[in-house]
Design a protein around this ligand. Structure first.
Ligand SMILES: *Cc1c(COP(=O)(O)O)cnc(C)c1O
Length: 398
């Protein structure tokens, strides 16, 4: 039963998990579920990863919170490591993905403002995008279902169809300051942006003096088998939003930028109480210890290959259930022929968790620490779910 004291904003499955171990979640009753949702791509290093648990515990015994009025060594260390491993020169820490996007939006607007172009505050985004649930980020995402009833759409966000270069070029005008895109749409249905399209966006930004903002909140921190998904394209952004996997389950995010893109962000013009808090930073540093260790991302790619090949053969065997497999690395989606929600439930009946997405897709986002054997266990459960759904379809038509 749904708890009446909570906002009615979530349709929750009647499952109560008490603890987790690696890719497994254990209910209060002791039932074990294979977790291919990872709290929506958050628990990148698995549940109760001993290295993360130790980092959090030892930080908790020292100091929990310091304001950004003081220097925070763990924050400086994490920023330096992110800078060393990416295109960025500068990092701002936030509490969530939406706030990382808010920082990205403010950074872009402030850049043009500081160059004498306050009118260049418009940002072009793409249909099917998801950038968060704040007033600005629902406008950036542009999806009516998230904006309805919340007053007028925040100004300065112009949307063009996914993958449509002509529409994009036509939408750019003297008020445009930046383009914002997820390299792989997550909520939108694991829709991978064509690599050449991303390279073209980089060229357009360079030619027309625009900033390229990537939302790697879901696709980042090893999810695709690269540290960040855009590495698969050879281009780099000017600004990038990160969250989810970077905390391994401790809630925080980050906005990364080149020194030039961040040049408008001066003392006092942006801030946060909790962003960069020592507990989060200790977890972030522990996540990087895992994800950036020698061979880790290579292993993600290897396991992803095994899993994806298995999914491809399930697609061939169950064409009435699975229409297509999409994604990159361990950010995968099953485009379903049945209702995606039915497939999620059928998998849950086999004690396997997944996450529904737009475009009738079921997302598979296991912890990056998953082994090939656990991936095969996942395949076996999806197979059983698909068998049951196929039987149910046959009964319907009989
Ligand atoms: C989850 C997500 C967000 C929002 O992150 P929150 O931490 O929920 O605010 C933004 N962009 C993308 C691509 C996401 O997947």
């Amino acid at each position: 039963m749904a708890e009446a004291a909570l906002y009615d904003t979530f349709a929750r499955a009647p499952l109560r998990f008490d603890r987790g171990e690696g890719v497994w979640l254990v209910t209060e009753g002791g039932e074990r579920y294979l977790d291919f949702g990872a709290g929506v791509a958050v628990t990148s290093c698995g549940h109760s990863n001993p290295h993360l648990v130790n980092a959090l515990k030892s930080q908790a015994e020292k100091v929990w919170h310091l304001s950004n009025l003081y220097e925070i060594p763990e924050q400086e260390r994490l920023a330096r490591r992110l800078v060393d491993a990416t295109f960025a020169d500068k990092v701002f820490f936030t509490n969530s993905g939406a706030e990382a996007l808010e920082t990205a939006i403010k950074t872009a607007r402030r850049y043009h403002f500081s160059k004498g172009h306050p009118e260049k505050f418009h940002i072009i985004t793409f249909e099917g995008a998801f950038h968060g649930r704040t007033i600005a980020t629902i406008a950036a995402g542009g999806q009516e279902k998230y904006m309805e009833g919340f007053g007028p759409k925040a100004p300065g966000f112009d949307q063009v169809p996914f993958g449509d270069l002509d529409a994009l070029n036509a939408a750019i005008n003297e008020n445009t300051g930046a383009l914002l895109i997820e390299p792989i749409q997550g909520e939108g249905g694991v829709r991978v942006v064509d690599k050449e399209f991303l390279r073209e966006l980089r060229r357009i930004c360079d030619d027309r003096g625009l900033l390229l903002i990537l939302d790697e909140v879901q696709s980042g921190v090893g999810r695709t088998g690269r540290f960040f998904a855009h590495e698969l394209t050879g281009i780099t952004p000017d600004i990038m939003a990160v969250a989810k996997g970077i905390g391994g389950g401790f809630p925080f995010g980050a906005c990364l930028a080149t020194a030039e893109a961040a040049s408008g962000m001066k003392p006092g013009i942006h801030g946060t109480t909790y962003g960069g808090n020592p507990l989060g930073m200790a977890c972030g540093n522990a996540v990087l210890d895992v994800v950036l260790a020698d061979g880790f991302l290579e292993n993600v790619r290897d396991v992803a290959l095994v899993f994806r090949q298995g999914l491809a053969s399930l697609k061939d065997r169950f064409p009435d259930v699975i229409e297509d497999i999409r994604g990159e690395g361990l950010m995968l989606g099953i485009k379903a022929r049945v209702a995606a929600g039915d497939l999620v439930v059928a998998m849950r009946d086999e004690k396997m968790l997944s996450v529904p997405a737009g475009d009738n897709v079921v997302r598979l986002l296991p912890p990056l620490t998953i082994t090939a054997e656990e991936a095969r266990e996942g395949l076996a459960r999806i197979e059983r779910a698909a068998e049951k759904l196929t039987e149910a379809e046959l009964k319907k038509t009989a």
